[in-house]
Design a protein around this ligand. Structure first.
Ligand SMILES: C[S@@+](CC[C@H](N)C(=O)[O-])C[C@H]1O[C@@H](n2cnc3c(N)ncnc32)[C@H](O)[C@@H]1O
Length: 269
């Protein structure tokens, strides 16, 4: 059974260091400051589905280092509020908003997505949640909160990066979830819970390819920068994270764990 390995604290705490900067560029091609399996091509392709205008206000749940939120406000011209449970993530994200001259439109706060969100009903014109759903134990309650804070007729996009679509051993599941709490579900569960929360599934897409591509590149880029990474992570964490990225790559390439993107809508009226 692998030990718990810290990914988020370490990454967010050292986000702007040269070595992590280089690794992100080599991994994502275009580095928008993400910490997930998201590439800018994928983001640009799906964002129009939210039908955003500059008057809109978006909630990003589990906004991490803030890159996707800042990119969104820059491209759509809308307001974005990001919440994340990780204090270092929120601090890094807030600095990124200031450095990108987006602080007037983008704000970040520490909040736990598993609890009642600190917002009034019908506050947001869209909800976004990238590669984080698997960290929330009560998915139905989370969907119900999104339903509460969304305006009627408006949409949410989320990805679930660990839908079980093939045989996976207990060691593989343990390795894949070595970075924190994980909830793995089979196909059909997200679809059922979306409806149960009062939301409507508009579109569903298999985007596993991106996770396979990004995890492979991430593993390789980290190997190339091993010397500098060891100074930041130490040997034990470096090795643990390399095993984690290798496991993600193997499981997604073989389509035993799939990354699925969902577009959902809150019914009008
Ligand atoms: C894979 S990262 C994705 C970050 C960001 N969405 C991105 O695409 O760069 C998952 C994020 O979920 C956050 N997270 C985990 N549990 C959470 C919770 N209960 N509430 C809010 N955020 C949480 C972590 O701190 C981390 O930033």
């Amino acid at each position: 059974m692998p030990e718990r390995i810290d990914l988020f604290d370490s990454t967010y705490g050292h986000f702007t260091e040269q070595v992590l900067d280089s690794i992100r560029k080599e991994t994502f091609g275009v580095d928008i400051g993400q910490n997930s399996w998201l590439t800018v091509d994928e983001y640009d392709r799906v964002l129009p589905w939210l039908r955003l205008t500059p008057e809109h206000h978006v909630l990003e749940v589990a906004s991490g280092s803030g890159g996707p939120a800042v990119y969104l406000s820059n491209t759509a011209g809308c307001r974005v509020t990001g919440i994340d449970a990780n204090e270092r993530g929120v601090a890094t994200a807030s600095q990124m908003a200031i450095r990108s001259n987006q602080a007037h439109r983008v704000g970040f706060a520490v909040a736990d997505a598993n609890t009642r969100l600190p917002f009034e009903d019908h506050t947001f014109d869209a909800v976004l949640c990238i590669d984080s759903m698997n960290h929330f134990p009560d998915r139905l309650a989370v969907f119900k909160e999104w339903h509460r804070v969304l305006r009627p007729g408006h949409r949410a996009i989320f990805t679930d990066p660990v839908v079980i679509t093939g045989p996976v051993t207990n060691d593989e599941l343990a390795m894949r979830s070595s970075i924190g709490f994980f909830l793995f579900v089979p196909p059909g569960v997200n679809e059922r819970l979306i409806e149960e929360a009062g939301l409507q599934l508009v579109r569903e897409e298999d985007v596993t390819e991106n996770a396979a591509l990004v995890s492979g590149r991430w593993h390789e880029a980290r190997r190339r920068h091993r010397g500098d990474l060891l100074k930041v992570e130490g040997e034990e964490r470096y090795d643990g994270l390399q095993r984690f990225f290798a496991a993600v790559h193997r499981l997604t390439t073989e389509r035993r764990l799939s990354r699925i993107l969902y577009l959902v809508e809150k019914r009008a009226g």
